[in-house]
Design a protein around this ligand. Structure first.
Ligand SMILES: *Cc1c(COP(=O)(O)O)cnc(C)c1O
Length: 421
């Protein structure tokens, strides 16, 4: 599918006159539309809730928009819990899914009334020792081990991940023992959670995961007598970063999960179980872009386009070799007949937003729109080379632009340093 920016060149030029590049720009209309589609796709399940994964886009204005659309949040650290609280989330709106969790984080989660999702069997005692008791509502994360595969008829494996190599979750046996132990300690409502594959471009991932978790929940409830009240399919529904990838159809995904629900949970007498999700990327990635300006050209063994953003602003290409589509603003309809490496200024040779990318002929001063940066983009930023975090801007549904996070200044960078020796 062709990728088009959610902003026009004249609008972006006007924004860039007020706010210097680089900056992140988010599209409120797109965020709301995706949140509504997700809710509609799961409207067959009365208890359905999306707990947006805060780590994907920890920005108050964004979290508040999602809250208005009926979403809760999924937090994994002390500051994410504090951020959720400051954005008005409370109680069961907050899911706390962390690992190697410090005691103070469990204490804050409990104080906020968040639903705690335990990552390991040993955390049962740790939580009881921390809180003095076990909350009545509790969840456990499952790791089935081995390799998780979803095949397609044409190209081999469409989705493949290796839960057996991942550090998260309880084994199956530990889950049965854990539920019994939690019940004996006073827990009354149980949840089940798993995250088996990341950034899946397949309408089959959630239904396949649902099939596994629904069967396991039915076995757990039957054998332990624990009352399972919610099942959390977590994150992992992806977005097409490349224009040739087919986007997920959230309605087909919701329908696929419903079929598993009717097939497994309803006959088990568990037709009251609520479905929860913790999507990050699917909710936000397409609705945020990194905007950067072309500063330099360099002609050596390759053609380099130097821009004013760098991997410290958007780490995914440097870290994972991830593809982010680039639109040269105003040249959308020109032929991509030039091959460029688009690079940032870090003193690291992996600081490349694109390698050997066919693009239209670029001019100095052009604005580049790096697509699909709305999740795991700004949030993975860092200060290497003394680079400062950029501003974040919201393009509102009424067409106006609001600063939702100011850019860091050198004073921010120096604030934690101790100069007197
Ligand atoms: C990162 C994460 C998510 C969100 O993942 P996406 O790929 O952004 O959907 C959800 N749940 C947990 C526990 C996570 O760690």
């Amino acid at each position: 599918m062709e990728k088009r920016p959610f902003v026009t060149l004249p609008r972006l030029q006007a924004i860039a006159e007020e706010y210097p590049t680089p900056f992140y720009l988010y599209d409120e209309a797109g965020i709301r539309a995706t949140a509504r589609d997700l809710r509609a796709a799961f409207s067959w399940n009365p208890g359905f809730v999306e707990h947006f994964a805060v780590k994907a886009t920890p920005t108050p204005a964004i979290l508040k928009i999602l809250r208005e659309e009926g979403c809760g949040v999924d937090c994994s650290s002390l500051t994410e819990l504090m951020l959720a609280q400051r954005c008005g989330f409370a109680g069961e709106e907050i899911m706390f899914s962390s690992n190697e969790t410090p005691a103070e984080e469990y204490a804050l989660a409990a104080r906020l009334g968040a639903t705690i999702n335990l990552d390991d069997f040993t955390h049962i005692d740790f939580l009881r020792d921390t809180l003095g008791c076990i909350p009545e509502k509790i969840s456990c994360r499952f790791n089935p081990g081995g390799v998780f595969r979803l095949s397609t008829s044409r190209e081999g494996f469409q989705v493949m991940d290796t839960p057996g190599d991942s550090k998260y979750g309880f084994t199956r046996d530990q889950l049965f023992a854990g539920y019994r132990k939690l019940k004996a300690m006073g827990a009354k409502e149980f949840g089940l959670h798993a995250f088996l594959a990341s950034n899946t471009i397949s309408n089959a991932y959630y239904p396949a995961l649902a099939g596994i978790l629904f069967q396991l929940a039915a076995d757990l409830q039957r054998e332990t007598g624990c009352h399972v009240t919610f099942i959390n399919l977590s994150g992992g529904v992806g977005v097409p970063y490349r224009p040739d990838q087919e986007p997920n159809d959230i309605f087909a995904i919701g329908e696929g999960v419903r079929e598993q629900y009717e097939k497994i949970l309803v006959p088990a007498g568990m037709g009251d179980v609520a479905i929860h999700t913790e999507l990050g990327r699917f909710m936000l990635a397409p609705h945020g872009a990194l905007i950067t300006r072309v500063l330099h050209f360099k002609h050596i063994y390759k053609e380099y386009v130097g821009v004013d953003a760098c991997a410290a602003n958007l780490m995914r290409p440097a870290m994972y070799g991830a593809y982010h589509h680039i639109t040269v603003m105003g040249r959308e309809d020109e032929p991509c007949d030039h091959i460029y490496d688009v690079v940032g200024g870090l003193c690291e040779n992996n600081d490349k937003f694109a390698v050997d990318r066919p693009l239209p002929k670029i001019e100095l001063g052009d604005l580049l729109f790096l697509h699909d940066a709305g999740a795991h983009g700004f949030s993975m930023g860092y200060n290497y080379n003394g680079r400062l975090r950029s501003a974040e801007l919201l393009l509102r549904t009424d067409g106006t632009v609001k600063l939702i996070r100011r850019a860091e200044t050198p004073e921010d960078y120096f604030a934690t340093m101790v100069f007197d020796r």
